[in-house]
Write a protein that binds this ligand. Structure first.
Ligand code: ADP
Length: 646
């Protein structure tokens, strides 16, 4: 074989090899002549165009391209023919036989024969799918970026060192900074030192592949110093197999934290106040307790335990019937029934308790139902141990009954005494009257002449008889005095005459002590009165004045009238009456000084009789006294004002 032949054979072989390569290449390949008509196209190219070789070979490229792509390929063709540089590859849009649009990336080069350009050789690649994927990727990235940027919750990425790579708008808002201020800054710049420790710990764990549950809570510090709490969940950010950093989603839980803190605070306050009330309850001076709805003890304080004399354990859970007498239990039931029927009940109630040692004690209870809505779930009560008070009350009742009995006995004794005095005085009066009558006969010498000595003696007998009769009459008046009622016989009386006559009658007594009685009675109008009783009043007052005035003293009787009344005053220069005794001298049997009364005599009845008589005349009597003596004032109404008399 000649060299030439060998070379020819080699060329044929190589051509066949290249032809095979061309035909069976994966990529579409083609040649077009300088006018733009297909000269050859391989199988991959025909697959793209969806046509037979015959249909494509000789057809113009415009048949298979969109107008824009045709224009572009024409430009490239022209540039390549004229030898100008043009960017390769270009993207063209092919319309295949089925009318489908396919995007292809083509790279072309000119085919020369010597210096002459005879066509274009092109290799294409179907990039429809690539472009679609690229587009989808772009769209999805845009979507996720949008989601990231506009998420309500802060989202971020950190590098493995903890520097910010990204932070969304919510995050920037939380930290109050711009993206520029944040990107590249370290996480620790935005947290409290304590939270930074927690954050770094969480980052470390996360990068080592550990799960972090529950989410990390961090206290962030924004650019204006405001503190906010976030709850962070993170995941590892990878690029291929390499860990790039962390991706995190945070949730602003500041309000929740504040609420939680407030709640915690309230809880603490509640616990504190509960403890305080528990302390108050436990150590209150009075017994306090709570019962359940069936009256079993739930709680009882120390004072309550002390009263019942049992241990707390013995009381808690026990029924109140264990500690109440049956009567008190009935009372409690009745009270509850009334409450249940909405009837009023007294604020407090006294129960008799049975203590552990069977001792009986009394407690005044004040209780109220504990309600949940309308349902009674228990009772709260406080008690006061009134045992001592109760004992005193019982004692007092006993004393009272005793006193009442004594009083009744006394009244009876008094009645008997009055009866006795009345009987005895009647018995005394009759002989005294006859003694006085016969002595007067002797004294007046009706029965015969008597000597001076005898007359003096009889005078003494007469004066003492007078005194005795007056005393007996006073005693007879005691019964009337007790009823404050004297038998009266009202008629027109001249007070001035009664006074003058009485002064005259009292002269012998006054003279014995050389006492002067001055009569300063003005003419007075007649009044309605009982002559005898009014005489008794003036006699008593003059008698007292003489009795309590030392020898050679003076007694002045003044009487005058004004528009409505007659006023009578008996003034003495005697021993006087202490101011604090004045209110009592009109009391029955009252004498200022017992020993004095023995010295002066008397019964303590005179003034009380006077008062009673004057009051039955619708008048009044009062005493006044100073170091110069005593004055007794009587006021008697004039007829116009006492016509109401019976
Ligand atoms: P008695 O029978 O004791 O005089 P009275 O009721 O007349 O009883 O008087 C009561 C008391 O009032 C007397 O005991 C005396 O202490 C006091 N008394 C009455 N009148 C006078 C008076 N003129 N001066 C001083 N004390 C008087």
């Amino acid at each position: 074989m000649t060299e030439q032949r060998r070379m020819e054979l080699e060329i044929i072989e190589s051509e066949a090899r290249y032809k095979d390569l061309f035909e069976n290449a994966d990529e579409p390949m083609y040649t077009i002549d300088t006018s733009g008509c297909f000269q050859a196209i391989n199988k991959a190219g025909l697959r793209i165009l969806g046509a037979e070789k015959e249909e494509v070979t000789g057809s113009h490229i415009s048949r298979w391209l969109t107008p824009e792509s045709f224009k572009l390929s024409q430009e490239v063709l022209e540039k390549q023919i004229s030898g100008e540089h043009c960017e390769q590859p270009i993207v063209i849009e092919v319309i295949n036989k089925n009318g489908e649009h396919i995007l292809g990336e083509i790279a072309t080069r000119v085919i020369r024969e010597g210096d002459r350009i005879i066509g274009i050789h092109g290799i294409a690649r179907d990039i429809t799918e690539n472009l679609r994927l690229e587009q989808e990727l772009l769209e999805s990235e845009a979507k996720y970026r949008d989601l990231f940027e506009n998420a309500d919750d802060p989202m971020f990425t950190l590098d493995t060192e903890g520097n910010f790579l990204e932070l969304n708008n919510a995050g920037l808002k939380l930290l109050g900074c711009t993206r520029n201020e944040l990107i590249g800054s370290h996480f620790s710049k935005w947290t409290t030192p304590e939270s930074n420790v927690n954050a770094l710990d969480a980052i470390k764990k996360r990068l080592m592949g550990e799960t972090i549950e529950p989410p990390t809570i961090l206290e962030m510090v924004s650019s204006n110093g405001e503190h906010r709490w976030i709850e962070v969940r993170s995941s590892i950010l990878k690029e291929g197999n390499a860990i790039k950093g962390l991706h995190g989603i945070a949730r602003d839980i500041t309000e929740k934290m504040r609420l939680e803190n407030k709640l915690k605070e309230y809880n603490e306050m509640l616990l504190e106040s509960e403890a305080r009330y528990k302390d108050l309850f436990d150590n209150a001076a009075d017994p306090m307790y709570t019962l359940d709805e069936a009256w079993y003890f739930r709680e009882i304080n120390n004072a309550g335990i002390k009263v019942l004399g049992a241990t707390r354990e013995e009381i808690i859970g026990s029924h109140i019937s264990r500690w109440l007498t049956p009567e008190s239990l009935n009372k409690a039931n009745e009270r509850l029934n009334r409450i249940a029927r909405g009837l009023p009940v007294p604020e407090t109630i006294v129960y008799e308790l049975i203590c552990k040692n069977d001792e009986r004690r009394w407690a005044e209870i004040r209780n109220r139902p504990i309600k949940e809505g309308n349902r009674i779930t228990g009772f709260q009560g406080n008690a006061r141990d009134v045992t001592e008070k109760r004992k005193l009350e019982l004692q007092l009742k006993e004393y009272h009954e005793k006193l009442q009995r004594s009083c009744e006995e006394l009244i009876e004794a008094d009645r008997l005494k009055t009866e006795f005095v009345s009987n005895i005085t009647h018995e005394l009066l009759t002989p005294m009257t006859s003694i006085k009558g016969f002595t007067e006969l002797l004294y007046d010498e009706t029965t015969g002449k008597i000597n001076k000595e005898q007359k003096n003696g009889l005078g003494i007998i007469l004066r003492n008889s007078d005194r005795l009769i007056r005393l007996i009459k006073d005693l007879l008046d005691v019964a009337s005095l007790e009823k404050n009622k004297f038998s009266m016989k009202f008629e027109c009386v001249q007070m001035s005459e009664i006074i003058s006559k009485t002064i005259q009658d009292m002269q012998p007594h006054a003279m014995c002590k050389e006492i002067r009685i001055i009569n300063k009675v003005a003419p007075l109008p007649a009044i309605l009165g009982d002559d005898g009783r009014l005489t008794q009043v003036i006699t008593n007052l003059l008698f007292n004045a003489i009795k309590f005035t030392p020898e050679k003293g003076t007694i002045t009787v003044i009487a005058s009238e004004n528009t409505n009344n007659i006023n009578i005053s008996v003034i003495d220069t005697g021993i006087g009456i202490p101011a604090d005794e004045l209110p009592r001298i009109f009391d029955r049997f009252y004498q200022i000084d017992g020993s004095n009364s023995r010295k002066y005599g008397g019964t303590g009845l005179g003034l009380s009789i006077c008062k009673s008589i004057i009051e039955q005349h619708y008048g009044s009597i009062k005493a006044q006294s100073d170091c110069n003596g005593s004055t007794f004032h009587i006021m008697l109404p004039k007829p116009a004002n006492n016509t109401k008399r019976s």
